[in-house]
Structure formats: C-alpha cells, structure tokens
Design a protein around this ligand. Structure first.
Ligand code: TXA
Ligand code: MG
Length: 346
C-alpha cells in the first residue's frame, strides 16, 4: 500500500522529507509532472528509484536542487550560459546538462561525464528539498514507458504498492516534462523540448541546435544526445499514428481506415470534424498550454483494451510549447506519421 500524503498539510510535507532523510523514495509534485524522488548522492537509493519504475539503467536521472547556488555541489564547472538561463527560467521547467562532479554516483548519470540539473518551481517540492537537505534525483513517477503522471492518481495507477508514499499537490500546471538543454556542446543543444520553448532558449543563448532525435530524424548509426530519447514512451496499448494535414482531409483519411475501434485524440476545436467517431480532446488549440496540460491524461484515458488504434492530431504550429506536445505524440507513435491530403510525390 502506498500512503497518500497532502501537499497542503505541513505534517505531510514533513513526512515526505522524513522518508527521504531515512533513505527512502517518495513521489512528489512538480510544475511539470510528478517525480519519483530520492537522495541523489546515495547509489542504493538511486537503485531503488530505477527498480520501482522498471527503468533501463542506461537512462540517466535529473538531479533537483533548491537554488542556482547549489549547482557547484554537483557540477564541476558552471558556465556563464548556465547563469543566464537560471536567471531567466529558474525555478522552472528547464534542465541543464553540465559536467558532473564525482560525488554524483554513476547510477544517476548512467556513467556519463555530465549531469542533468534543474531547480523546480513547485512550492511543495521546494519545501521537501529544503527539509531533506540533499539534492534529489527524480525521474517522472510513472512505470517506465507510460505517459508521465500529471496527478497523484496517475502515480498510484502505476506505482501503488511499489513506493511508500505520494505527496498529492493537485494537477501539474505545465503538464509536459522540463526542457533539457546540453550546455557542454557548442552551440548548446536542445535534447528534449518542454516547458521552456526553443524560442525562449534562443532569446537568452543565441544559437541553439536541436538534437535530431527530437523530431525522430536520427540516422540509424547516430546516438541521441539524451539516452531517454531512444525509448518508446508515453504509449497506450493500441498503436498510435500521428495524422498531419488540414482538419478536413485528416478526418476524411481517418474515416477511410478499416479500424474496428479507432480513437481520435485532438483539440476541442477539431472534435466536430470527427463527429460519430470515438473522440478524446486534450485541450484547446487556441491555448497551446492547455494542450500540454491535458496531453498525458488523455493518452492514459485511451489506454483501453477495446481500442485498436489511436489517431493523434498535433497542434498546427510546431513552435513554443506545441513543439513539446508534438514531440511527445511522435514518441507515443514511435514516429509513425501520415500526412492526409498530401500531394502525390513527383
Ligand atoms: O520535468 C521533468 O524533467 C521531470 C520532473 C520530475 O522534474 N523529470 C523527468 O525525468 O522528466 P525523466 O527521468 O523522466 O527524464 C529525464 C530525461 C531523460 O530523457 C534522460 O535521458 C535525460 O533527461 N538526461 C538525464 N541526464 C542526462 C545527461 N547527463 N545527459 C543527457 N540527457 C540526460
Ligand atoms: Mg520520464
């Protein structure tokens, strides 16, 4: 049995920190998704995080610290670019990859010479960090391969009985994971789009490359900059296909598919075009942040045995937070994309 603690109860926040101080692990809310936290400097605790999630050991974890000034404890060298990004976006949904210090166990970094670090914004997470007094390693608190959890119920669905407690802080306000940027390469490289957009990063850093794995454009002999990008993720039981193209053409294409029980995942604005089909909306196209907030819950809700295929629509604009939404849907689809209404190749 996993105990449900409440972030608005000071005793419960203290209890979560107590579990961490005693060498345990606990699921905590962040502004992006729920994380499964443990002392980042204790290899046995880090091992317990991997075991509870069923996570492959070659996929490194993000280390969460309370403030920019805590970076030198885990990072060898803090470049000016890190300070500039921290001033702009911390606390918040941005993770920086930097040269690691030896105190950070190999298990956290999967043997890499770098460590991913973030200062989260969620007040309950920050309170637990202060009380625990150690940097916290925290991957998303889902079973490996499932959509990241954006509510305490999602965490319990995946990990009930496998972890001692989850601190319920309500639904996450961002809804997709942090942006991961590698500051050890020149120019800096976007490894995972997330809560801070590429446009915002470029406004601070100037030139920023995008890892080819973000759009699934990795050549067979290329290795993604971020090990996690190579795993199928976020996927319900039924295969997912991303359907690009204008709404009308996409709807016609979907209706033409010989599927026993298709489900369409789209914005509220597009639902009418798919009337008569099983439709799950995940937010409003007019408010891309709402699409990010609703995405993982919607992906979980289409994880039903009777569904034979999920046809997913991405936001029209591949910019801002919508880039993260599209990246997660592409990953759920294992990069299967059809373009409805595309002119025949010449
Ligand atoms: O928003 C978030 O980042 C959430 C919350 C809990 O903070 N955490 C999260 O962690 O999404 P996780 O473990 O699900 O994803 C971490 C990603 C993975 O893709 C991993 O490969 C990458 O960060 N990563 C971690 N350390 C890295 C490193 N040293 N170099 C490159 N990529 C790294
Ligand atoms: Mg994850």
């Amino acid at each position: 049995m996993t105990v449900l603690l409440h972030a608005d109860q000071p005793d419960d926040v203290a209890a979560a920190a107590g579990i961490l101080r005693a060498g345990g692990i606990v699921a905590l809310p962040t502004e992006t998704v729920y994380g499964l936290a443990g002392d980042a400097l204790d290899p046995a605790v880090v091992g317990a995080i991997y075991a509870a999630k069923g996570r492959p050991s070659d996929n490194p974890l993000i280390v969460h610290v309370a403030a920019f000034d805590d970076l030198p404890a885990v990072v060898r060298d803090v470049p000016g670019s890190a300070r500039a990004l921290a001033e702009a976006f911390w606390p918040g949904p941005l993770t920086m990859v930097l040269p690691r210090r030896d105190v950070v166990p190999d298990r956290v970094t999967a043997g890499l010479d770098t460590v991913a670090v973030r200062v989260p914004a969620h007040e309950a997470f920050r309170a637990v960090l202060r009380l625990a007094g150690v940097p916290l390693a925290a991957p998303s608190a889902n079973q490996a391969g499932s959509p990241s959890p954006t509510t305490a119920e999602h965490v319990l669905h995946d990990l009930d009985g496998r972890i001692p407690a989850v601190l319920d802080g309500g639904p996450c306000t961002v809804g997709v994971e942090s942006t991961v940027v590698d500051l050890t390469s020149t120019p800096p490289r976007l490894l995972r789009p997330g809560g801070v957009s590429l446009e915002e990063l470029r406004a601070v850093l100037g030139d920023v490359d995008v890892d080819p794995a973000v759009a699934g454009e990795l050549a067979p002999d290329q290795v993604p900059g971020s090990p996690g990008m190579k795993y199928r993720h976020y996927a319900p039981a039924a295969p997912v296909v991303v359907v690009d193209g204008p709404t009308t053409e996409a709807a016609a294409w979907v209706r033409g598919q010989p599927e026993l029980h298709p489900v369409v995942l789209c914005s509220e604005e597009e639902a009418a075009a798919f009337a008569g089909l099983d439709v799950v909306t995940y937010g409003s196209a007019a408010d891309p942040a709402s699409l990010a907030r609703g995405l993982f819950g919607a992906l979980r809700s289409v994880d039903r045995p009777e569904i034979t295929r999920v046809f997913a629509r991405c936001p029209a604009d591949d910019a801002g937070i919508a880039r993260a939404v599209r990246n997660r849907l592409l990953k759920a689809a294992a990069f299967r994309v059809v373009r409805a209404g595309a002119p025949a190749a010449t």
